[in-house]
Design a protein around this ligand. Structure first.
Ligand SMILES: Cc1cc2nc3c(=O)[nH]c(=O)nc-3n(C[C@H](O)[C@H](O)[C@H](O)COP(=O)(O)O)c2cc1C
Length: 321
């Protein structure tokens, strides 16, 4: 077992979102630790170029966990060992992804349905990475008729998993309904290993409420961090005068978004950078009055220079709702 010293304010793995530029920005603005998006264990073992780009961590390897997906205990174990050899401090196995493409291969949340396979995977990975932190990210079960997170948690703990990231929805509910954090509390009460909450944590206030209610060891921010990398600083500084700096300073927020945009262009090149910044911009603009019209303005911006001037104009007008 390894000591889980990753802090309590964590950037979740998010496909298409948590590439190096966003992780770097989140760490700069208060995240204690972050995760790559899920990458195929097979692709990683093959040194697939796209996979390697997804897990690039620059100088942040020690603050970055790699998330692997797959369905084979042996391949996941080999990939985990390779990740540890490459300096990743935390190796997480995805057992919650509800996306068809992943589930139909028996990976992601499909593993929750097959407790025997689950058990083989955790034992094989633990055996392969004796000194690294080994975590799993799970949902509450595969569907409403097979909610088994307590059993899964028990097997995980007895097999040497170091911590659990928990999203209290089933695979079948995808992102519908509300994340039921009474289940998170049940898991936290039952488990001796650290449990981290994920699900519907959109503000620092949500994070504090869920932390206090469940007693979890930390919070994993996902959609709440898209276009708002300062959410970590807000959480970190909640209740202090420092928090207000982030809550009220629209110029600072705009500058951070522009900084993120520049990081993305640098890392991905302008064309891909322009595409990947979109979800951040749309989420950021939601905070403004007349956000629909602003979205059009952003869409109409023909290049980075025009985009920056739209954002700067917004910051100057103080239209933040
Ligand atoms: C765009 C997107 C991509 C995601 N990709 C992953 C992923 O690669 N691995 C994973 O374990 N979870 C993934 N998730 C799930 C999140 O990590 C998180 O558990 C979920 O969004 C619930 O948190 P939230 O309601 O606060 O967003 C993804 C979620 C989103 C919105």
């Amino acid at each position: 077992m390894a000591k889980v010293d990753i802090g309590e304010s964590i950037l979740a793995p998010m496909a298409g979102i948590t590439g190096y530029p966003f992780r770097k920005t989140a760490l700069k603005y208060g995240a204690d630790f972050c995760f790559t998006e899920m990458v195929s264990a097979t692709g990683f073992l093959r040194d697939d170029k796209t996979t390697l780009k997804l897990i690039e961590a620059g100088k942040d390897t020690k603050k970055t966990g790699i998330q692997l997906f797959g369905n084979s205990p042996e391949i996941l174990a080999q990939a985990a060992k390779k990740a540890a050899d490459n300096g990743f401090k935390v190796i997480d196995v995805n057992m919650g992804c509800p996306v068809k493409k992943v589930v139909k291969t028996g990976a992601g949340s499909a593993i929750l349905k097959d407790v025997k396979l689950f058990s083989l995977i955790v034992k094989a990975v633990r055996q392969a990475i004796k000194d690294s932190i080994f975590t799993i990210k799970i949902r509450s079960g595969f569907d409403e008729n097979s909610i088994n997170f307590i059993d899964i948690g028990e097997i995980a703990e007895s097999s040497g998993v170091d911590a659990i990231f928990f999203h209290p929805r089933t695979k079948s509910s995808m992102f519908g309904g509300i994340a039921d954090h009474s289940l998170t509390k049940k898991l936290k009460d039952a488990a001796a290993i650290p449990v981290y909450a994920s699900g519907d944590i959109f503000t620092a206030e949500d994070a504090i409420r869920i932390k206090n209610y469940t007693g979890v060891d930390g919070i994993m921010f996902a959609r709440g961090a898209i276009g708002k990398p300062w959410i970590f600083a807000e959480y970190l500084n909640a209740g202090s005068p420092q928090e207000l700096i982030y809550l009220t300073n629209i110029k600072l927020k705009t500058d951070i978004i522009i900084e993120l945009m520049e990081e993305m262009n640098l890392f991905y090149g302008k064309e891909r950078g322009h595409k990947l910044i979109r979800p951040h911009l749309y989420s950021f603009l939601k905070g403004f009055r007349g956000s629909k019209g602003l979205r059009c303005e952003v869409n109409n911006a023909r290049n980075e220079k025009e985009l920056v001037s739209v954002l700067k104009m917004l910051a100057g007008e103080g239209n933040f709702a």
